[in-house]
Design a protein around this ligand. Structure first.
Ligand code: MG
Length: 337
């Protein structure tokens, strides 16, 4: 299923297969490698900002996808604004920046966009004053703490295996005014029940960050994602969460307010998924650049009606060599893709 080999190199067999199958009744998705020099120049001149997904585009878990960050670094040096828009909040923002720097990209904190930041921004925007109960990682909670959100710490770690003891341990805490779900490898039955109990109150809001059913982590196997737990709570209490990750409306608002965009039409979004990346780019009106170095295949992209990618390239690592010899200055041509 996954095209990223353990050594970090994209498997060439899949790329050849993709080239052969890049067409359906609507024709092929334009392959950047087939562009003439003038078409490539026009594309380069057509955007000021590039937002990139991370897992499956820049790296596969801890393995970098060859050349991808170098391409973004070159674009940044050309004067393009570069942002990293990931649904993965399990790294602190500091560690996210350190990871980018370790892999060769000189990043700043403001270039990182993850759902924990969107949740913190949203809670600040509504002047949230209560406590938040978070099913999520320490890194996620710390982003909220940094924004001044009080995190509820009243959940018991373990309970006796007796129904009476369980009922006794499950209390409602009226100070909890927000339930927030993200990926949590230590999610438990008790945490899910705590969510249900609080959400039976109308004064408690329900927020979901990452909503993946499965989380791909390289070529080995996918992990069960947050969606499964969040759906259980949602169905039990009859409430839908406020969404904050790709492809949500709140993330769109966050990006337009906090990133340096020169209009949606001069912004490119590069991603390896259709359901998250291409749909988010479509929601925002960005150009949709698709890579097959991660989860989705070219066949998946061809099946998509509304958020069909505008252009395709096997990986971002194949992007940079195409621009050798072109004018790297912005707006060197009035033409656009
Ligand atoms: Mg991805």
């Amino acid at each position: 299923m996954y095209s990223v080999a353990d050594n970090g190199l994209v498997a060439s067999g899949k790329l050849e297969e993709n080239s052969k199958t890049n067409s359906n009744s609507r024709g092929p998705i334009p392959d950047l490698r087939d562009f003439s020099k003038q078409e490539l120049q026009n594309f380069l001149d057509s955007f000021d900002t590039i937002l990139s997904d991370c897992d499956g585009v820049l790296w596969s878990c801890h393995t970098p996808i060859k050349g991808s960050l170098a391409a973004l670094k070159e674009l940044q040096e050309m004067g393009k604004n570069v942002y990293f828009v990931s649904n993965n909040s399990t790294l602190s923002i500091d560690n996210f920046v350190k990871k980018l720097e370790r892999l060769g990209f000189p990043a700043k904190k403001h270039q990182v966009v993850v759902p924990s930041l969107v949740v913190a921004w949203y809670l600040t925007s509504i002047d949230f004053k209560g406590e938040a109960f978070v099913v999520g990682t320490t890194a996620f909670k710390n982003v909220l703490r940094d924004a001044g959100v009080k995190i509820s710490t009243c959940d018991p770690e373990l309970v006796d295996e007796d129904l009476g003891a369980v009922v006794e341990a499950l209390k409602d805490y009226p100070g909890v005014k927000a339930i927030i779900h993200d990926f949590d490898p230590n999610a438990s039955w008790m945490k899910i029940m705590r969510s249900v109990i609080s959400l039976r109150r109308d004064d408690c809001i329900f927020i979901a960050a990452a909503m993946d059913a499965l989380v791909p982590v390289g070529a080995k196997y996918p992990l069960l994602g947050t969606k499964l737990f969040t759906d259980v709570v949602s169905q039990t209490v009859g409430r839908q969460p406020i969404l904050t990750a790709k492809p949500s409306q709140l993330l769109k608002e966050y990006v337009f307010k906090n990133c340096d965009l020169n209009g949606a039409e001069r912004t490119v979004f590069v991603g390896d998924t259709i359901t998250q990346d291409a749909k988010f780019a479509s929601l925002c009106g960005f150009k949709k650049m698709f890579v097959t170095s991660g989860v989705a295949t070219l066949e998946d992209a061809l099946k998509e009606e509304e958020a069909r990618p505008d252009i395709w390239i096997p990986s971002l690592g194949d992007f940079l060599p195409l621009f050798e010899g072109l004018n790297s200055g912005q707006n060197s041509s009035d033409q656009s893709l």
